[in-house]
Design a binder for this molecule. Sequence first.
Ligand SMILES: [Zn+2]
Length: 187
Amino acid sequence: MASEPWSCHNRDVPDRDNFVPNADELIQNNATFVAMFADQGLALAPRRKLAVVACMDSRMDVFQMLGLNHGDAHIIRNAGGVVTDDVIRSLVVSQRLLNTQEIVLIHHTNCGLQTVRDDQFKSELERECGARPSWNLESFNDPFDSVRQSMDRLHQSPFLKAKDHIRGFVYDVETGKITEVSRPPQD
Ligand SMILES: [Zn+2]
């Protein structure tokens, strides 16, 4: 556990088999953060004119793994890093209001969305909750395919104006390495 090479974070968090809420500890951690805070005066618009769309996976620290600093980029995250309508919403704000020009998509190996199937999951939800969700779970088998699909959605969106610099990657949670995903040329 202590040898996981990509993490510089505190390794002392106990296994929470008996769950204890975190918020009180986070408040204490934040007080330490505030005492060291040195990012005053950063611009609202990202310095690198970059938006990153990534999975919410707890093993990916997007700033750390890409060498980004505070103020460099918008980071838009959800389950899978899948391009949904709400990701498009955030990207439209990012591009039109805050002038970003580049999108980097990052899905990863061993994603939670590879362990389920959309139809089965929605049926279970419906049985248990009495309502079927209007949204798709967006599960997938292969993260490379899911990146390609999300890249297609970006290119097809009528709302995005900056599409010249869109690239997709899969992050390997065991090595920390990102591998670029090729997308066949489209007509
Ligand atoms: Zn994931």
